[in-house]
Design a protein around this ligand. Structure first.
Ligand code: SF4
Ligand code: SF4
Length: 91
């Protein structure tokens, strides 16, 4: 008898937004977002939209945790003042 509680697809690595406790996705990154602290206005939009919960906001602005940032660049696209640029990841 098939057990419906068992997953029917292989497990795929995924990030848990905000938890930063498992499944580090930093090695997936091809493009690296870089925050210009002089432009950042601490609005928090990048942290709100980051699918990996990889951005923290403090009094100095947005801070990216590269252990979890997978380089999707949603943060760069969402930033209202273009404070985030991107560069090719060095591997
Ligand atoms: S590129 Fe930006 S939005 Fe995407 S995972 Fe990295 S910090 Fe989060
Ligand atoms: S979206 Fe841009 S301005 Fe807002 S906190 Fe992030 S980097 Fe700073």
């Amino acid at each position: 008898m098939f057990d419906d509680r068992e997953p029917k697809v292989p497990k795929v690595p995924y990030a848990v937004a905000g938890s930063q406790s498992e499944n580090k996705t930093g090695s997936w990154r091809d493009q690296k977002p870089v925050v210009d602290k002089n432009k950042c206005i601490n609005c928090g939009l990048c942290a709100l939209h980051c699918p990996d919960g990889a951005i923290e906001i403090d009094s100095n602005g947005a801070k990216i945790n590269y252990d979890y940032c997978k380089g999707c660049l949603i943060c760069q696209n969402i930033c209202p003042v273009n404070a985030i640029s991107s560069e090719r990841e060095q591997k």
